[in-house]
Write a protein that binds this ligand. Structure first.
Ligand code: 5GP
Length: 177
């Protein structure tokens, strides 16, 4: 499959994603029972993951979004993190679950965790659909829930883009050339 100048093949099929998201939701339903967590989705890439995960939550929960970008549409990370959207909810004393599409170097996530902690939440944990363990620059103790660990490769689909294309694809694809 081609997107712009790059070629991709299926890495994780929609059915496998659905099964894993279901397992993550079951785990969160159990572990957050009685705590009314606030899910904070990191836009744009997490929008499908957030939608699918929160539909499977059976405990009371809130859902909001923030936007932080470090990729600017290409395939390699940059150090600069740009904050596009301020949080619109009061998180002090609340249990926060950050929902990420993918953790690569972890720089985006570390920045967000530190920023959220200045607002005195009761707890902060992270649930990321994908993780590239080989690229992680420093371990993140809050990264407790991970859907799939993948190799150091560039992926698109299920919310993730290449030059803003491919977010609509139901499967996750990896770049092959
Ligand atoms: P980090 O700060 O962990 O290096 O980068 C995290 C962000 O970079 C993700 O939220 C995502 O927007 C983007 N990113 C990292 N790896 C990939 C990838 O393989 N494909 C796509 N489309 N975006 C990625």
């Amino acid at each position: 499959m081609k997107i712009a100048d790059l070629t991709f093949e299926v890495l994780i099929e929609a059915g496998s994603i659905a099964k894993r998201v279901d397992q993550l939701a079951q785990q969160l339903n159990t572990e957050y029972a009685g705590r009314t967590p606030i899910f904070i989705g990191v836009l744009n890439g997490s929008f499908l993951f957030v939608a699918d995960l929160v539909k499977r939550m059976t405990i009371p929960c809130e859902v909001t979004f923030t936007k932080l970008a470090s990729y600017y549409g290409g395939t390699s990370t940059t150090r600069k993190i740009r904050e596009d959207i301020e949080l619109s909810v009061d998180i002090s004393g609340r249990h926060i679950i950050i929902l990420e599409d993918i953790v690569d170097t972890g720089n985006t996530l570390s920045y967000l965790i530190e920023k959220l902690k200045t607002h005195a939440p009761a707890s902060v944990q992270v649930c990321s659909l994908l993780l590239k363990p080989g690229k992680l620059e420093s371990s993140i103790e809050e990264l407790r829930y991970v859907g799939f660990e993948i190799e150091n490769e560039f992926v698109v689909g299920y919310g993730l883009d290449y030059q803003e294309l491919g977010r609509n694809l139901p499967d996750i694809y990896r770049q092959i050339s």
